[in-house]
Every structure is written in C-alpha cells, then in structure tokens.
Write a protein that binds this ligand. Structure first.
Ligand code: C2E
Ligand code: CA
Ligand code: CA
Ligand code: CA
Length: 278
C-alpha cells in the first residue's frame, strides 16, 4: 500500500510537472523571445482631426516567432499577464522604444506624442515607478511627450490607481483610457480619475455609417468627453466617411489604416517626411 501510494504520488507529481511544463511553454518562449531579440516595436501614427497632421505615435509590440511566424499581441499579452511575465516584457518594450527613440528623435518633431500600452498588473506593482523613471532616463531628453494607455479593466480593484495617476502626471506623463466602451462600469472611472485622452474603440468606429440612425452611444460618449474636457482619439479609422463623421462630432485625433498602418522606425520617418512635404 505504501509503495503504490508512493508510486501514485510520484506519478501525480510527474503528471502535474508535465502539465505545468506544457502550460509554461509559451511563457518560456516569451522569455527566450526576449533574449533572442524576436520582439520589435511598430509605431502607428495618430493625426490631429482638423488638419490631418501627424500628432504622435502609438508603440505596438510585435513578436516574430521562429517557427510560428508573427504572433499578434492579442495572443501573447494576455499569456504574459497570466504567467507573470508582463513586467519583464514591458521592461523589454521600454528598452526597445528607448533604442528606437534615439534614432527617431533626429527626425520626428519635438513634442511628438509617444504612446505606450501598459498592463494593469505592472501599474500595480511596487517596481512600477522605478521602471518608469529608468525608462525616461533612457529616452532622449525633452523630445517626446509621453502617454500611457490603460484599458478600463486596469482600474478594477485597483485601489492605488488615483495615487499612481497623480504620480504619472507629476512626471509629465499623460493618461489615456483605452478601448473605451468595451469594458464594464467605465463611466464611474471617467469621473473618478484624471484622464487626459479617451480612446474610442474600433468597434464603435466600424459601426459608423452602417446604420441609418448613427450610433447614439458614440454620440453620448463624445458629448461626455467634451463635458469632461478630454481629448478624444478614434482608433481603427479606415474610411474617409468615418473620418468625416468623427471630425464633425468634434473628435480631436484620429488613428487607423486610413492614415497609416503601424510602421517600423525607418518607415515612420518616411511617413513624417511625406506629410511634411504635403
Ligand atoms: P489597442 O491598444 O487597441 O491597439 C490598436 C490595435 O488596432 C492595434 O492592433 C492596431 O494595429 C490595430 N489597428 C489600428 N488601426 C486599425 C485599423 O484601421 N483597422 C484595423 N482593423 N485595425 C487597426 P495590434 O497591434 O494587433 O494590438 C492589439 C492589442 O494588443 C492592442 O490593442 C493592445 O491592447 C495590445 N498591445 C499591443 N502592444 C502592446 C504592448 O506593448 N503592451 C501591452 N500591454 N499591450 C499591447
Ligand atoms: Ca492602445
Ligand atoms: Ca485601443
Ligand atoms: Ca483594442
């Protein structure tokens, strides 16, 4: 009995080890991907709504897996979050952006917005402030204006959010609420926290023009943003009709394939040069 007990315990632990290893595989791969330089960053331009001029960029992480090819961030960010790897991954993002920025700052105008997506888990961690300070020290001095994009779910159960946001503002970092309208109970956050930008989710933008009666929800959101004095960024703008509709409703900034896809640094510089030549 003792022996079978021992054996079955051994078997169980081997099985759970195997399960854990299988489950951890993507995590290991993320760490390996970091070490082996499989990640890079692409920058998608944002434009000012009334004149279409470049306003800034959003940094978007890209992973080129050696066998699976390009893995979209939606497929690995949540994995990284679930396996406690979002902090090393974001630190890697900081490093990549700082490296690109040394090159980009020679060509992009001073004051260009540099927007980064941050995870709630990182924001709530003790090392967050130190990581941000190190990143800023690593960036070209006084060239970019920083924006951190945070999704609504960030705030859920995050008691220190107010304090962290105040600290970010002290560092001159603006805060955008991302994917607005896709989460839960977002309205309360708008009143509670000092956001600077509201990013309207692509889903809303895509619905423009498909209904004869235009989206009453989007209308209400834009009215609210105006009341709260927030700048608004509509993402996923793909057609001229969508852009026109949004500009008419007072949206301040636009982002989407209509203007540009996310670009590698060299191509981003060409984009800026083309726009300046218009
Ligand atoms: P997001 O923050 O909402 O980013 C916008 C996404 O919409 C990007 O997808 C972008 O490529 C895509 N997009 C932009 N314009 C258009 C358009 O006109 N049409 C269409 N169909 N799509 C458009 P991407 O790069 O695949 O990123 C997906 C999400 O992954 C992001 O959504 C963001 O939540 C997350 N993510 C990306 N990079 C990072 C990162 O460095 N850190 C964290 N924490 N999350 C990231
Ligand atoms: Ca974003
Ligand atoms: Ca978004
Ligand atoms: Ca999104």
């Amino acid at each position: 009995i003792l022996l079978t007990g021992l054996l079955s315990a051994l078997f169980m632990s081997a099985a759970s080890w195997l399960l854990l290893t299988l489950y951890q595989r993507p995590g290991k791969e993320i760490m390996q991907g970091i070490k082996r330089g499989q990640f890079h960053v692409e920058y998608q331009p944002l434009v000012t709504a009334h004149d279409g001029q470049p306003y800034g960029v959003e940094a978007l992480l890209r992973w080129t897996h050696p066998t699976e090819g390009m893995i979209p961030p939606d497929a690995f960010i949540s994995n990284a979050e679930a396996q406690n790897l979002i902090i090393p991954l974001t630190q890697h993002l900081f490093k990549l952006v700082a490296r690109d920025a040394k090159f980009l700052c020679q060509q992009l105008p001073r004051g260009t917005r540099m927007s980064l997506n941050l995870s709630p888990l990182h924001l709530a961690s003790e090392s967050f402030r130190q990581h941000v300070q190190e990143w800023i020290a690593d960036m070209p001095k006084d060239h970019f204006n920083y924006v951190f994009e945070i999704t609504e779910r960030t705030m859920v159960g995050e008691r220190n959010a107010g304090e962290i946001f105040a600290w970010l503002h002290e560092q001159d970092i603006k805060i955008a609420i991302d994917d607005f309208g896709t989460g839960h109970s977002a309205l309360i956050y708008l009143e509670r926290y000092p956001f600077d930008y509201l990013k309207i989710d692509r889903g809303f933008v895509q619905s423009i023009g498909t209904e004869t009666v235009t989206s009453p929800v989007l209308d209400a959101v834009l009215l609210l943003a105006k009341k709260l004095n927030l700048k608004t960024v509509a993402e996923g703008v793909e057609t001229g009709d969508q852009a026109a509709w949004l500009v008419n409703r007072g949206v301040t900034h636009l982002q989407g394939y209509l203007f540009s896809r996310p670009l590698r640094p060299e191509n981003l510089i060409s984009y800026y040069q083309r726009q300046a030549a218009l």
